[in-house]
Design a binder for this molecule. Structure first.
Ligand code: MCN
Ligand code: CUM
Length: 808
């Protein structure tokens, strides 16, 4: 047989790895044909809505539901008392704490769920919510974690013993009734010794404010209990559907095979949809009670006020160095505000996530990290928002510490980074706080970035601008924001990463059809990342069938193999690896089939793009399409019919993508308005599966970084009122604020990943926030600025200029 197309054409036809294949899911999204939770409409379906607390801390004296129940269309009003006999008035959190599903005796944050109204119609439910009368007795409110640790006011009365003693929490001893845990990593004494005797020391305190990912689609669920068949089906905004199924089975007593959890299309997750919310539980209970489907979909204000927040870290650092700028030690202490319940979505053994990557990209000989978790009267959550489990906080911390150390040393911060980078030949590198970085080439990336923006030229321009400002020739100052970040993504390893005891592996199952097309199902779930596009590309390259002939399915626990879901940029590092490994199993069987068909020994055929060829005789081959057909319809001695494979992958390590970002900003000191003149982002995520999807991820992550650094905040007043509960007050950037990003890359493959790929989804956010913040800070550095806290909104920037005496 002879081919009429070239090898290059055959490669291109697969649209495999490295191809900027257009996103296949966009055909439905751009035509309004997506299928989101709120699109699910079942016959007889009822609608739920919450009565929420207007107070941040109050005792509930009584709840009167009579008026609400009298409203036509109202079917039920559930309170904690109704859930208590089922043991569902409280639920376990992902962090080993427990959380009220509906207020049990008191409320602990504004917006807390107090009662669940179920009605025939969404609007009737909302009307009935207004008719539920709750009698509150206000209690003293604690919104400041430092005050909370000193206060006599006990927030969580359920966590204090009758004799007044304080039982241990999920992460060990607690020092105060409002204290959650202390987590320590590294050597404190040795670190202090180095810092106390150092030539140069920089100390700084910084607050990484509370924020919220605010996905376009809010959270919701539809529960449908089929009492005849004993089956519960649950559709919802779940980033980890299998985990939801297991937890739902344990809590409800319904056998796991009788529960089907489906994550349909998800309109952005960003970590907001990892946690378990009272709405999910209430919709299930209501459906079990009423025997008809019940939908719960929250509105925007509910989403901003009550679902998983991000950050809220008060960080205190000390960094030491020699006069020449070689860093010798790092000390970090964090006071972590977790709100009313500890519902952080971290792997169990890491109560502060991977904050212990706070030594960053630098070779720091000795370090210490201590974190104290604290209860306050704020919404629970934590570790959401493109964060890689607190890596955003870690990178912000170290990249600010580097900048203040540079001030202390009177040194250029780009040079200070170069002096301290972990060197290429040091990988795999074990950091002082325990992580083993798989691979990296930081200096090459840094040099490329600095050259691309003409860093020396920018610094000269900035010096001139300072002169001009001082001479009264301009009212605009110029900042050059730098950041170099190392990410840690792909949790995994089951040996040290689990959620509620569920090990963090992932999976892929492939079924090849006789005509050479295929379906592959994964344990992950896309929320906009384009998995249907990119995972098919991994398979196209691995098994030699066109990506266009491969359907990717995720999110239905009745069909997908068990997996731990999508967050922590783990899909590529873990499920992507499983996909490649399953593909290789297919290929191994295909090789035997090809050898049989070609009448040669197995070892005498080799894989080439889309076929197996006889070694040394490329004109003798069988395409994967031929092989697929034969796998089913030809009797092959010693082989079962069919062509399927499954892989459950437990990664040996995480992957460590990295990047070098530069932001150039002009700031009008009289209005406080920043103008981003340039943003350059170099990312290294190892082997690149789809460059266009990667670029999309980077644009999105950078825009969210801009938001957080320059204005987005969930702010509370002293009474615990949420001041930013609407999109009028909560900053969402639009095309108006967003610059043209310049993206670039280097490729340093992961040595342990089957295709060398690292994750990328959260990188731009992790590296972007310090870059935007450093740009603002750098603009004021020549005028005496050392550190100001985010968010750098116009008002705060104006205040910085004012405090530096730049207004007169
Ligand atoms: N990719 C690639 N080559 C690589 C690495 C990744 O082509 N070397 C592609 C992947 O195939 C995938 C995408 O980039 O299509 C992101 O992959 P990965 O980095 O593995 O991240 P996940 O798929 O696990 O996505 C999770 C990550 C997280 S944790 C947050 S938060 C976030 C993010 O993705 N939420 C998002 N990006 C988001 N993008 C959208 N549109 N919506 C969200 O909710
Ligand atoms: Cu931390 S946000 Mo993402 O892991 O879904």
């Amino acid at each position: 047989m002879k081919d009429d197309i070239t090898r290059e054409e055959r490669v291109a036809g697969l649209k495999g790895m490295g191809c900027s294949r257009k996103r296949v899911e966009d055909a439905r999204f751009t035509q309004g044909k997506g299928n989101y939770v709120d699109d699910i409409k079942l016959p007889g379906m009822l609608h739920g809505d919450f009565v929420r607390s207007p107070y941040a801390h109050a005792r509930i004296k009584s709840i009167n539901i009579d008026a609400a129940m009298a409203l036509p269309g109202v079917v039920a009003v559930l309170t904690a008392k109704d859930l208590e006999p089922l043991g569902l008035h409280w639920m376990p959190t992902l962090a080993g704490d427990k959380q009220m599903v509906l207020a049990d005796g008191k409320v602990l944050f504004q917006g807390q769920e107090v009662a669940f109204v179920v009605a025939s119609d969404r609007y009737v439910a909302a009307d009935a919510v207004e008719l539920v009368e709750v009698d509150y007795e206000e209690l003293e409110v604690l919104v400041d974690p430092f005050k909370s640790l000193q206060s006599d006011v006990v927030l969580r009365e359920d966590l204090v013993a009758e004799d007044g003693s304080i039982p241990n929490g999920a992460h060990g001893p607690r020092k105060h009734p409002n204290h959650i845990f202390t987590w320590e990593v590294g050597e404190e004494e040795a670190t202090n010794q180095v810092i106390d005797n150092a030539e140069v020391v920089a100390t700084e305190e910084m607050y990484y404010h509370r924020t919220h990912p605010c996905p376009l689609e809010t959270c919701g669920s539809v529960a449908s209990m089929d009492k005849v068949n004993g089956k519960l089906t649950l559709w919802g905004t779940f980033q980890a559907p299998h985990v939801v199924r297991t937890v739902a089975s344990i809590l409800s007593g319904i056998e796991e095979h009788n529960i089907r959890v489906v994550s349909p299309d998800i309109g952005g997750g960003f970590g907001n949809k990892v946690g378990v919310y009272p709405g999910y539980v209430c919709s299930i209970v209501a459906s079990i009670v009423t025997g008809v489907p019940v939908k719960w979909v929250e509105d925007r204000m509910e989403n901003l006020m009550s679902t998983a927040f991000a950050r809220d870290y008060w960080m205190k650092g000390k960094i030491s160095a020699t006069k020449e700028g070689k860093i010798t030690g790092l000390h970090c202490h964090v006071t972590a505000d977790h709100g009313a319940f500890d519902a952080c979505a971290d792997p169990t053994k890491f109560p502060a996530g991977f904050m212990n990557i706070c030594t960053g990209s630098y070779d720091i000989p000795v370090a210490y990290l201590g974190v104290d978790g604290v209860y306050t009267n704020k919404a629970p959550g934590g570790v959401s928002y493109r964060c890689s489990f607190r890596v955003t906080e870690a990178v912000y911390f170290i990249e600010r510490m580097i900048e203040v150390l540079a001030i202390e040393l009177n040194m250029d911060p780009a040079k200070l980074r170069s002096i301290n980078f972990i060197k290429k030949e040091q990988f795999p590198y074990t950091a002082a706080l325990g992580w083993e970085y798989d691979s990296g080439d930081y200096q090459t990336a840094w040099d490329k970035a600095l050259a691309a923006v003409d860093y020396t030229g920018l610094r000269a321009e900035q010096a001139q601008r300072v002169e001009d400002f001082k001479a009264g020739k301009t009212r605009k100052v110029m900042g050059i924001g730098l950041s170099f970040f190392t990410e840690i993504v792909g949790a995994g390893p089951v040996k040290n990463c689990d959620i509620l005891g569920m090990g963090m592996f992932d999976s892929c199952e492939i079924r090849i059809h006789p005509t050479g097309s295929a379906v592959a199902r994964l344990g992950t779930i896309s929320q906009g990342q384009g998995h249907a596009t990119t995972f098919a590309q991994i398979l196209a390259t691995e098994i030699g069938l066109p990506a266009d002939s491969i359907t990717i399915e995720e999110g239905d626990t009745d069909t997908a193999p068990y997996g731990l879901g999508t967050y922590g940029s783990r899909s590529t590092p873990v499920a992507g690896a499983a996909t490649a490994m399953a593909g290789r199993k297919i290929r191994a069987k295909a090789q035997m089939i090809a050898a049989y068909l070609l009448e040669v020994h197995d070892d005498d055929v080799e894989f080439d793009v889309d076929r197996f060829v006889v070694k040394g005789a490329p004109e003798r081959f069988k395409t994967m399409k031929d092989i697929a057909y034969a796998a089913y319809h030809q009797a092959i001695p010693g082989l079962e019919p069919g062509l399927e494979a499954v892989s459950y992958y437990d990664p040996p390590n995480m992957t460590y993508p990295f990047g070098a970002y530069v932001c150039v900003m002009d700031i009008d000191v009289d209005t406080g308005v920043p103008e981003i003149r340039r943003f350059y982002a170099l990312d290294d995520c190892g082997t690149r599966i789809n460059p266009m999807v990667i670029e999309g991820q980077i644009h999105g992550g950078l825009t969210e970084a801009l938001a957080v650094a320059l204005g987005q905040e969930i702010a509370y007043d002293d009474m615990g009122n949420v001041k930013t509960g609407t999109l009028m007050d909560f900053f969402l950037p639009t095309a108006w604020e967003v610059p043209n990003y310049e993206t670039d890359f280097t490729v340093t493959p992961s040595p342990h990943h089957p295709i060398g790929a690292k994750g990328v989804g959260e990188s731009p956010h992790v590296g972007g926030v310090p870059c935007f913040s450093n740009a603002v800070q750098d603009a004021f550095r020549p005028f005496g600025n050392r550190h100001t806290n985010m968010p750098h909104d116009h008002w705060r920037i104006w205040q910085t200029a004012n405090s530096l005496g730049m207004h007169g």
